[in-house]
Design a protein around this ligand. Structure first.
Ligand SMILES: Cc1cc2nc3c(=O)[nH]c(=O)nc-3n(C[C@H](O)[C@H](O)[C@H](O)COP(=O)(O)OP(=O)(O)OC[C@H]3O[C@@H](n4cnc5c(N)ncnc54)[C@H](O)[C@@H]3O)c2cc1C
Length: 423
């Protein structure tokens, strides 16, 4: 056994870390805050080879069974006509489909739910980390790292359980409590716009709208805004055209301050920091969305107005200067939360996980050396892709320089590496 790894967060980044580390000989335990299975969260995900690497290498996942392909990248004009289309090889899935498939590969005794980590203690090497006070982060407060025996990390849950290991992987997302402890100065920075999101069943659409959208990833550019749509598996995993769902994201600028505070105050009267889930958006904002949607090209208008519970995600930037603190490392959104325009947030989390396990395996027990090398490569990747996603967002939302027909900035190491063989 290579050692014991504690993974904080059991979403796509945490699951990838647990699976790849287990393969590399680590005894793994995942601590997930949520008390119930993470079903139905989020919506569509553009697939990337890194996202499905584990599933392909372990059982040869059939991409046709877990994703929907698009034949065309299509730009629609105001009148609903096609302004441009070019062949493409993108595939789309849903967060839920990926989560279910990954979880199926993990020994469920390794996945503890209802385990919110509220404190971490780290080995000697973390003495480099700034000692913080216990601070509020996300739903919980994490206490400062105390020094324990060299090389040993311990996570303490809200219930008071202490889980120790030789490595702690923080995959606890954009509002990472572990990051807030180690790097209190790094906070999500609002990018000036939100993603309105939703899904609607293909079967609920008129034949004209289904025909206009089902084979494509469809873009519509507007002044200081853009909207995209693509098909994803239905909630039960069905990928048959006509029985899937259409996933859409409409990026809309909202001024910082009172305006964004107002929008992000949900039906519960609380100002939500990063997202308003389905059902939590106040009626006045849903009415405004529906009214604005009437000015979209007809198929897109029908798709948006036909969506039962649109939800909102704040678009933020998070970028850390360091990912390794002794035996603790930050992975996925906990380290870099990317604007969605390169469609590789999940892919980056999966890549971080795969590279971590690979580096540890190759280092033959020298965990410190492996982590140092991993940090260099993953910081480089995070910075590169963050720069590309910021540029794409700024061009479309503020500068108005995104041209009709432009290839999409999708890609992890470079534009274009998200493509699969064309259907
Ligand atoms: C509009 C939009 C579109 C997107 N589209 C794409 C796309 O097409 N392709 C793509 O690859 N990515 C996309 N993404 C990004 C993607 O959703 C994230 O990058 C990805 O889910 C990150 O995974 P993660 O595991 O790092 O974090 P998360 O999914 O946020 O998971 C964090 C987990 O940690 C748990 N947790 C939190 N705190 C604690 C704690 N203290 N103790 C224990 N557990 C805790 C949470 O419950 C959660 O399960 C998109 C994002 C947005 C906003």
């Amino acid at each position: 056994m290579a050692g014991r790894a504690v993974v904080v967060g059991g979403s796509l980044g945490g699951l990838n870390a647990a699976l790849w580390l287990a393969d590399a000989g680590w005894d793994v335990e995942v601590l997930e805050r949520s008390r119930s299975p993470l079903e139905g969260r989020g919506a569509g995900i553009v697939l990337h080879p890194a996202t499905v690497r584990y599933l392909v290498e372990h059982g040869g996942a059939d991409l046709d069974a877990l994703s929907a392909p698009a034949r065309w990248l299509r730009y629609l004009g105001d009148d609903g006509g096609v302004l441009h289309q070019s062949p493409c090889g993108f595939r789309f899935t849903s967060w839920t489909t990926l989560y279910r498939h990954l979880l199926d590969h993990l020994d469920r005794r390794r996945y503890r739910m209802g385990a919110e980590v509220v404190a971490v203690e780290a080995g000697e090497a973390t003495s480099r980390a700034p000692a913080g006070e216990g601070i509020a982060a996300g739903a919980g407060a994490v206490s400062s790292p105390a020094t324990t025996a060299d090389g040993v990390v311990t996570a303490t849950t809200a219930a008071g359980d202490r889980v120790s290991g030789d490595l702690l992987v923080a995959a606890d997302g954009v509002a990472s409590a572990v990051r807030a402890l180690l790097l209190p100065e790094v906070r999500p920075r609002y990018a000036g716009y939100v993603g309105w999101r939703g899904t609607v069943g293909e079967a609920e659409l008129s034949a004209e709208t289904f025909g206009a959208l089902h084979e494509a990833i469809t873009y519509h550019l507007m002044p200081a805004s853009h909207l995209l749509a693509y098909p994803i598996p239905n909630v039960d995993g069905t990928v048959t055209p006509g029985d899937r769902r259409l996933n859409w994201v409409w990026y809309r600028n909202v001024e910082d301050g009172d305006a964004i505070d107002d929008l992000m105050t949900g039906t519960d009267g609380r100002r939500h920091p990063l997202s308003l889930p389905p059902g939590a958006v106040r009626p006045r904002f849903l009415d405004e969305l529906a009214e604005a949607a009437t000015r979209l090209p007809t198929p897109l208008a029908e798709m948006v107005t036909g969506t039962a519970e649109p939800f909102v995600q704040l678009i933020v930037d998070v970028a850390v200067p360091r990912m390794v603190f002794g035996r603790i490392c930050l992975l996925g959104d906990a380290a870099f939360a990317l604007r969605p325009h390169a469609a590789v947030g999940t892919a980056k989390a999966a890549e971080d996980a795969w590279q971590l396990a690979r580096g540890l395996r190759e280092a033959g027990g020298d965990v410190g050396r492996a982590l140092a090398s991993w940090e260099r490569s993953q910081l480089r990747l995070g910075r590169q892709v963050a720069a590309r996603t910021c540029e794409a967002g700024n061009r479309s939302q503020f500068e108005g320089t995104w041209q009709i027909g432009e290839p999409l900035p999708f890609g992890l190491y470079g534009v274009g590496d998200s493509a699969f063989a064309r259907p």
